[in-house]
Design a protein around this ligand. Sequence first.
Ligand SMILES: Cc1cc2nc3c(=O)[nH]c(=O)nc-3n(C[C@H](O)[C@H](O)[C@H](O)COP(=O)(O)O)c2cc1C
Length: 228
Amino acid sequence: MSFPVKIVVVYHSGYGHTAKVAEAVAAGARQVEGASVRLLTADEAPQHWDVLDDADAIIMGGPTYMGSLSAPFKAFMDATSNLQYGEKRWAGKLAAGFTNGASRGGDKQTSLIQLMTFAAQHQMHWVNLGLNYGNNRSTTTEDILNRDAYTLGVASQANMDESGETAPPAGDIRTAEYLGRRVVQVAQELGAGRAALGRQTPAGVGGGSENQDPEGRGLRRELKASVA
Ligand SMILES: Cc1cc2nc3c(=O)[nH]c(=O)nc-3n(C[C@H](O)[C@H](O)[C@H](O)COP(=O)(O)O)c2cc1C
């Protein structure tokens, strides 16, 4: 049974490699019936908050530069601090992520953790890659899914002397497609589950610390009166 879900892929790419990964994530998502998929660059995203706020899942990615996400992608993250974070507009949505580096290791894990932390700040649910480590046997090849062996998301690798036309290679592109499909499937399961239970997407817990302690047990005495 198909279930309609809205997926947005937000990415930055300085030299075209991560753009290829983002397009593959979107292509994978489109393979699942019921998914409507929008691709936005980190620069475009602030002009389309309505699209992001309306999504069931936001899949985010940028290149790893100097051991963390690129500055333009970080600018997008910071731009969410006002309305999206402040009003918890993304609470209860799904999040997943990808990064691309020139190296197999290349500190790409830091970028995935950065994305996962960002999703948690927004009270989103992180969808991991859902694959085992890739190319770690004498019987496996570079063409395998998840060849660089990450679990939090896609961590692809593009040789720095090749353009986005040829790098990252096909196995990494297929890994990105796999993540796109997986996020749609989880979004459908979550959406159908909420519908079956008659539950709305949770509003999220925002505001000051008193909002997450309605009984006032963790508040100073002088503040207890104001929440009573
Ligand atoms: C300023 C800068 C810093 C970089 N730092 C890293 C790094 O820490 N780890 C890594 O694996 N690659 C690093 N790279 C290589 C890029 O991640 C790699 O070329 C990637 O494919 C670029 O993606 P893009 O074409 O989407 O911008 C760096 C590149 C630049 C320009």
